[in-house]
Design a protein. Structure first.
Length: 149
């Protein structure tokens, strides 16, 4: 292997490790989202989503860098160093863990949305009933009958 190839592989390892650090944070934030959803703390949930998005944006940039470097060396026979294989494997495991928790969070969120829909429907039904009992009799007000003499 030439030194350029070795440097590119080393850079791929660095990028993968950085992605792993971001994914670890995404995993922690995703776990915190579960608690926020269960507690109905939507302000905290919104804050967690914003924090998570910052990590996702950083990951997208790293993925772009990885793809660019990989495209430079992909034509050469790739001898993946154990360190790169280990980093990639760690990233894959983190992604699987995040996906599992995200699926659970989606189910919790759907349940919360359905519960909110039911409450809103009940409020609408209650409002209609209230308005029906509250309405006043409409009077003809100002009717005048002409009498012929």
């Amino acid at each position: 292997m030439d030194s350029t190839y070795s440097r590119l592989i080393a850079h791929l390892i660095e990028i993968t490790q950085a992605k792993g650090r971001h994914l670890e944070q995404v995993l922690i934030l995703t776990q915190q989202q579960t608690n926020a959803l269960k507690d109905g703390d939507y302000e905290a949930l919104s804050n967690l989503i914003d924090q998570k998005q910052a990590h996702i944006d950083a990951i997208k940039k790293l993925d772009g860098d990885f793809e660019r470097i990989y495209s430079e060396i992909h034509e050469k026979p790739l001898v993946f160093l154990p360190a790169l294989q280990e980093s990639v494997s760690k990233v894959q495991k983190l992604v699987v863990s995040i996906q599992k928790i995200e699926a659970e969070n989606n189910a919790i969120a759907k349940d919360a949305i359905e519960e909110t829909k039911k409450k809103l429907k009940n409020i609408g039904t209650g409002k209609k009933g209230y308005n029906a009992y509250r309405s006043t009799i409409i009077s003809g007000g100002g009717l005048r009958i002409d009498e012929n003499k």
